[in-house]
Design a protein around this ligand. Structure first.
Ligand code: SAH
Length: 473
């Protein structure tokens, strides 16, 4: 694999200072899987090109695998995460934003070009563009045939790509460092907490605003949801981070590579859908009842249109987890003022629940004893009395389609009931009518012709227009 960085600014050889690699020499570094060499193919005042050549040694790969169990030796030699390790190793100083001899150069935005040969890009040239273009690069890609001699064999998953833009060497290396392993989507080392730190460090200043941040974070961290949650929770500390905002589309639909990307989990879809509906209805102050570990709260926080957010749960333990995940204690004051967590039960009238535009109960009602539903109805519809109420609950009809669920079983040990669509609709309509709310229904998740969707949603809206007016005044 070969990665070439070219500078065409006047005094082009400044690139040598920035990369800490003298253009006159050949530089070699030993890596656990082979050798990295840096040399220059041009070093004039107009053009300076530094090449990073990565030679992967199959024997080293095997040795690496024996020494450290987290190395896997069967990855293709074009794996871009090897290139990332090489960048970190040979251009580490520049990647950290340092330049000892000419510190003033670090902030210089230069006309830079990168040529990469050859990488595997999962999702193809389309993904390459979606990753690099939002960062201001012009991107060109060429898909390589499986074998140049036999074009009839068809095309490979391997690409040659170039990108050009005006940027600092530090930013350029950070972008490559984070995005190359996202491209091949197969990191050859174990992904743990360290990777969270690396991602946040190298993504600083750009990742939180990148439209494909969900794809980037999820692929970079090999879809390990606990780590992904950590990253989003921390990016949220950044006042500007609109991460995982309700409006952000799923990894799957933005990429239109349906057969390649795993679908979002049902729960993620559900939470995104709830957040979207709340936003569409113009809710600014929202209470999440039975907020659990705060996954909906995090989405609401990410969107500034939600001005006041309250999470309530009966479980103290869940609230502790929510508080840690949201990093409430480290949150900047302005952000912190938008959110509160309280312990309480939906079965008892609670003055703290009054005065909200909307309430959400996501997968909560089925945890209540049916005999107590009437108490919850009054607490919610009569006393809390928000303008909008969004309730989701499983659709029992779908249970037969879950391969691992024995017939007649519920999805969760703590579920007291699971309703069919008709049962849910009858309850919701009757409750709506009793308390003066109109109700509409939506499926949540993929809809099966016979059984409906795995989960179902009811959206209640106060029907009384007089109340409407009175509220606005
Ligand atoms: N809404 C969250 C959690 C769903 S699990 C999510 O979608 O991720 C159901 C949650 O309801 C649990 O956190 C449980 O503690 C909470 N819960 C159960 N009974 C409750 C009650 N009476 N009052 C408030 N919360 C309750």
């Amino acid at each position: 694999m070969l990665l070439t960085i070219t500078n065409t600014a006047p005094d082009a050889t400044d690139l040598g200072f920035l990369l800490h690699k003298n253009p006159a020499n050949l530089h070699t570094a030993d890596l656990p899987f082979g050798k990295a060499r840096v040399f220059y193919t041009a070093a004039g005042s107009d053009v300076c090109s530094a090449c990073l050549l990565l030679e992967i040694d199959p024997v080293d790969l095997v040795r690496g695998a024996q020494q450290a169990e987290d190395y896997v030796n069967d990855r293709p030699y074009v794996s871009s995460s090897y290139m990332t390790v090489a960048i970190g190793r040979v251009f580490g100083t520049a990647l950290a934003g340092n330049c000892q001899k000419r510190p003033e150069l670090v902030a210089a935005r230069l006309p830079l070009r990168v040529d990469v040969e050859v990488i595997r890009a999962r999702g193809g040239g389309e993904v390459l563009r979606r990753l690099f273009e939002p960062l201001g690069y012009r991107v060109e890609t060429a898909r390589l045939p499986l074998d140049e001699r036999f074009p009839e064999w068809g095309e490979s998953g391997y690409y040659r790509f170039s990108m050009a833009g005006e940027t600092t060497v530090h930013d350029l290396l950070s972008h490559l460092y984070v995005l190359l392993p996202v491209l091949d989507d197969e990191k050859h080392y174990y992904v743990g907490d360290d990777e969270v730190e690396k991602l946040l460090r190298h993504g600083e200043g750009w990742l939180s605003r990148h439209p494909e941040r969900q794809l980037i974070v999820s692929r970079y961290l090999k879809r390990r949801s606990s780590l992904i949650d950590q990253v989003f929770a921390r990016l949220l500390d950044d006042e500007n981070a609109a991460v995982e905002a309700a409006e952000s589309k799923s990894e799957r639909s933005t990429l239109a590579e349906k057969d390649l990307e795993r679908p979002l989990t049902l729960h993620t879809q559900r939470l995104n859908q709830v957040a979207t509906r709340l936003k569409e209805r113009g809710a600014r102050r929202v209470v999440d009842l039975g907020c659990g570990e705060g996954r909906l709260l995090r989405r609401l926080l990410a969107d500034r249109s939600f001005e006041g957010i309250l999470g309530m749960d009966v479980s103290h333990r869940s609230l502790e987890v929510a508080s840690t995940r949201l990093r409430l204690e480290q949150m900047p004051e302005r952000q912190r003022k938008r959110i509160d967590l309280i312990q309480g039960s939906l079965l008892y009238r609670d003055r703290r629940l009054a005065g909200f535009d909307a309430a959400a109960l996501v997968e909560v009602i089925e945890h209540l004893d049916p005999a107590r539903l009437a108490a919850m109805e009054r607490v919610l519809f009569e006393f809390a009395h928000p303008r909008h109420i969004v309730i989701t609950t499983p659709n029992r009809e779908y249970n037969g389609l879950f391969p691992g669920l024995p017939a007649g079983k519920m999805r969760h040990g703590d579920h007291r009931f699971e309703w069919t669509r008709l049962e849910f609709a009858m309850w919701a309509r009757a409750t709506g009518t009793r308390f003066g709310y109109e109700v509409v229904f939506e499926p949540v998740g993929p809809v099966d012709g016979a059984c409906g969707a795995p989960s179902q949603m009811a959206i209640f809206t106060l029907a009384d227009r007089l109340t409407d007016k009175a509220d606005r005044q």
